[in-house]
Design a protein around this ligand. Structure first.
Ligand code: GLC
Length: 562
């Protein structure tokens, strides 16, 4: 926001004449003006709902589908286009829904299929699209396929999973490790003497994507949800489906020592044989055929770290529609590195990026970026820049309120931490219940306790306060989200970019210019004289004679004169 106090704070810069115009009055996007056509997802804004923690309608302390339905109007008011809901299928819950026992039914703790239908109808009424979070890398060990695979080793389901004989010493067949600690192999509970593969918990056996019947099963699952109103799918661990048929050891990059966090152990190996396989990229061409028939959009969770492999996964429009550029949501504040990554993906990923700065698996962006006002300023500046890049942009629930990491007051729930000893960092910090009100448990639940116990938040961080305060973080995000509707050229006009400093980027889109100064010092930009300032996440001023000055950690959007 432009304020006179803010202008004075631009250290060392003399503002001789302020000629700024802010065209800010954004009106809520009505459903009719929302994105249409088969390419509707380009330029869409998504919002991730972590179902357990969004809204509890029945007072059991766990979020559910009717709770989401009740709060859809809140999301429509924020202006997002897509709501991605984390898994709500039948599940024993060892990984909070990412261990699926039945892909075509709703877990009773989250509601019923009829609740999904009501949610879908209400979403359509409000002009919102729904993404279902499908989990194809693994099932739950309680899935009937796995039970049949164990109980009948000669039967058709055995080959739905990955079985290998032990190494000569009787141990696991290779050196693959699980993301959640320990080897990626567990002995067959059926007593065959073979091991089965699991890149996550032993209760999450990996599927065998070399078996065409697995693809057939998932084609049916996609059609099931598309027929019931899903507009698209977030694909869990999309980079993991196919394994190298050689099952060779992964190269080890660093030593592994006792007490290391499981993710440190995991990244001590180069995952060339268990993840990021070219065969998986090819597999997504089959997914795309199914999705195109169903009119669905596919967005992969893609932790590939290689832009070339990422580009293969989106396949120039023949495989996934888009993939999350996951590394941006995991790192601390490193502007030059973030900009390097964004520019590279923009250049090579055929418009197939889904941008985000946080999700349910990482520390919250505000905390990662330094906390407090600083963390919020940085989050807003980076998000605003992402809006000028091709592809989708996703908010994670609570990001629109500027929530920091939750302070946990009870047991750790995240299995990645709970199963690996005291004091391990846990993903729970990003999974605290939504603070709707200043009332008990922030209006998330009427139960005496939420499923995850977290310290109460200051009233100023609640939805109740922020909706009423025109200067709140929520209103700043709503204005940001609105920019893509108000100025569609922001993602539609040809993209070009210049890098005035390693930590700054200027994007041109037709008559629009987006100046992102992610560094600490103000950025003076020539060549924008006469430009109209449409939006700024921090202090921005135009000066006669000497161009525009954008404060550090600020992104500003300008309209150039005709
Ligand atoms: C994905 C999910 C994460 C889950 C894991 C295993 O990374 O985002 O929450 O634990 O897959 O399914």
């Amino acid at each position: 926001m432009l304020t006179s106090t803010g202008l004075e704070n631009l250290r060392g810069i003399h503002i001789d004449e302020c000629i700024v115009t802010i065209v800010q009055a954004f009106t809520p996007s009505d459903p009719i003006s929302r994105l249409t056509g088969h390419d509707w997802w380009r330029g869409a804004i998504g919002y991730e709902v972590y179902v357990r923690s969004f809204a509890d309608s029945n007072g059991d302390g766990i979020g559910d589908l009717p709770g989401i339905t009740q709060r859809l109007a809140y999301l429509a008011e924020l202006g997002v286009d897509v709501v991605w809901i984390t898994p709500f299928f039948r599940s024993p819950g060892f990984d909070h829904g990412y261990d699926v026992a039945d892909y075509c039914d709703v877990d009773p703790q989250h509601g019923t299929l009829a609740d999904w239908d009501r949610l879908s109808i209400e979403a359509k009424r409000l002009g919102l699209r729904l993404f279902v979070d499908v989990v194809p890398n693994h099932t739950s060990s309680a899935h009937v396929w796995f039970e049949a695979a164990v109980n009948d080793p000669a039967g058709p389901y055995r080959d739905y999973y990955l079985w290998r004989d032990p190494a000569p010493d009787g141990g696991p067949p290779n050196n693959w490790v699980s993301h959640f600690g320990g080897p990626a192999w567990t002995l067959d509970p059926g007593g065959s003497g073979q091991y089965y593969c699991h890149l996550f918990l032993p209760e999450q056996p990996d599927l065998n994507w070399a078996n065409p019947r697995v693809m057939e099963e998932f084609a049916g699952i996609l059609r099931f949800w598309a027929d019931r109103g899903a507009d698209g799918f977030r694909i869990d661990v999309a980079h993991g489906l196919c394994k190298d048929p050689s099952f060779a050891d992964n190269p080890q990059l660093r030593p592994v020592t006792p007490g290391m966090h499981p993710m440190q152990v995991f990244t001590a190996f180069e995952h060339v044989h268990d993840l990021h396989r070219r065969e998986t990229a090819m597999m997504f061409r089959q997914w795309r055929t199914v999705a195109d028939e169903a009119g669905s959009v596919l967005v992969g969770e893609m932790d590939t770290r290689s832009v070339d492999r990422f580009a293969e996964f989106v396949g120039g429009g023949t495989a996934l529609h888009a993939g999350f550029v996951l590394q941006l949501g995991t790192e601390g504040w490193n502007p030059a590195r973030v900009l390097d990554t964004m520019v590279e993906y923009q250049a090579k990923a055929d418009g197939g990026c889904a941008w985000e700065i946080s999700n349910h698996d990482q520390a919250r962006a505000v905390s990662r970026y330094g906390g407090g006002e600083q963390g919020l300023r940085r989050s807003l500046a980076l998000s605003a820049l992402m809006l000028a890049f091709d592809g989708m942009f996703f908010l994670y629930q609570g990001e629109e309120l500027g929530l920091p990491d939750a302070v946990l007051t009870g047991e750790v729930a995240d299995p990645m931490s709970a199963r690996n000893g005291e004091g391990m960092w846990s993903r729970d910090v990003a999974r605290g219940p939504m603070p709707w009100t200043t009332g008990p448990l922030h209006g998330f639940t009427t139960a005496g306790e939420a499923w995850l116990r977290t310290a109460p938040l200051p009233p100023a961080l609640t939805v109740e306060h922020q909706l009423d305060d025109g200067d709140s973080t929520w209103h700043q995000y709503r204005a940001l989200v609105g920019l893509r509707k108000q100025y569609p050229l922001l993602w539609q006009a040809p993209f070009s970019a210049t890098r005035p400093r390693p930590d700054a980027l200027i994007v041109r889109r037709g008559p629009l210019a987006v100046v992102a100064d992610l560094g600490a010092e103000p950025l003076q930009v020539e060549g924008l004289s006469g430009a109209t300032l449409l939006h700024s996440t921090g202090d921005t001023a135009t000066q006669s004679g000497s161009g525009v000055v954008v404060a550090g950690e600020t992104t500003a959007l300008f309209h150039m004169p005709e």
